[in-house]
Write a new protein. Sequence first.
Length: 183
Amino acid sequence: MELRQYIAILKKNIVIILALSAAGLVLALFAAKSLPQGYLQSRTFFVASTQIAQDSNSAYYNQEKARNFTDTAIAILESADFKKEAERGNGKIDAKKSAPQVIRISAASSTPEGAQTLLLGTQNAFNAKLSSLNAQNLRLMEVGEPQEPALSKVNLKVAATAGLILGFAFAVFTVSLKTYFKL
């Protein structure tokens, strides 16, 4: 095929190409705006038992209870009720399991102080929730020193450009399939 034939195919399907490129642009902007923006602070916590073991068997079982509780702790931290209670409109929290008994909680807020306060409030709210649930003397304990909140922001121009390029690539792919199969 010659270049003229490719250009003719593109001209013939310009509406599809423009529509899919615009859809890619809109989706990219929507995704960029829905991502949390502001200051982000993360902290690593260890799920531990506060109960003092009398012998090695009870120490093992206390440790095993804490290890098995990690998935439950993530479920509590990610539940809508707990998030509403902990966030109180001050930002967003996110929790991920890093390893057995290790949880990483991230807090995003519009100010660095808000991120720090939200992270500390989440830890306190979670430990209070555990004590109210009578969760076998388990609690979240900090691991290491806290990091300073970092600015996390998506550049809308970059996201729009990437969406436009991906939309155009998808449109060209769609037109090529349509032409190949003569639909």
